[in-house]
Ligand binder design. Structure first.
Ligand code: SF4
Ligand code: SF4
Length: 235
């Protein structure tokens, strides 16, 4: 019981930490929405705050991005932090979007005062609208450590599904997957062998090479973070 509680606390803390990193350390992300033909369109947007009700950003009402969000209120985004590939971590989020209530826009502008340089007058700021990703899942992926680190998280939902690789009882312990694993993240101390999914690249080598079909993809569950900050924050 203690183990379960501790594990849940870690997941909740992780979600808060990753949303905080997204807002304060990455800030500008590439986001994708879908056009009328269902084709993805990307643009760069700033993640301006996080709060109990989600992750916040704003855009201008004249942009295609605004119209796409209103027509199909779903978004996928990725932000990168680091000098180059091997020193970087990324955070990806996909989730449902809604327009934020009155008053949120002013708060976002206060927290991100550089926006006053782009929209300097009250009249010009009437073009802006605030949005919130109120329910979403995410992935933190860190290539700067060995083995690599990959963690999933969620916000605004009771549970979420993520994909992982799993070794079933069909495993004979032959060891062929060990040499094929680029991250050495398969534990061979017992049979069936065990994959450390937090360090797995999801390259699929173990799945392809296993002569017994013992490696499978499966859905796993995470928990809702309950301790996201109530106040909007951008640090
Ligand atoms: S290749 Fe398949 S059977 Fe062999 S150790 Fe790996 S998972 Fe087990
Ligand atoms: S998917 Fe790739 S990285 Fe992950 S355990 Fe299998 S071989 Fe290793």
């Amino acid at each position: 019981m203690e183990l379960t509680r501790s594990s849940d606390q870690k997941k909740r803390q992780a979600a808060e930490d990753y949303l905080s990193l997204l807002v304060s350390e990455i800030h500008t992300v590439v986001a994708a929405t879908c056009d009328d033909e269902g084709r993805p369109v990307t643009c760069a947007i700033d993640m301006m705050a996080r709060g109990r009700q989600g992750l916040y950003f704003l855009t201008a009402k004249g942009k295609g991005f605004f119209r796409r969000l209103r027509t199909r209120p779903f978004i996928a985004l990725t932000g990168l932090h680091g000098r180059d590939t091997m020193s970087s971590f990324s955070i990806s989020v996909r989730g449902f979007v809604e327009e934020a209530e009155p008053g949120v826009l002013e708060k976002l502008l206060e927290l991100n005062s550089y926006m006053y340089g782009i929209y300097p007058t009250e009249e010009s700021r009437k073009a802006l609208a605030a949005f919130r990703i109120y329910r979403g899942t995410g992935e933190f992926f860190d290539l700067s450590v060995r083995p690599v680190m990959r963690r999933t998280f969620s916000f605004g939902c009771d549970a979420f599904e993520a994909e992982e690789l799993f070794i079933t009882d069909s495993c004979t312990g032959c060891g062929r997957c060990l040499a094929a694993c680029p991250q050495q993240c398969i534990d061979a101390s017992s049979v069936p062998l065990r994959i450390s999914n937090e360090n797995c690249l999801l390259c699929g080598n173990c799945l392809e090479i296993c002569p017994h079909g013992a490696v499978i993809r499966r859905e796993c569950c995470g928990n809702m973070p309950e301790n996201l900050p109530g106040e909007l924050k951008n640090d």
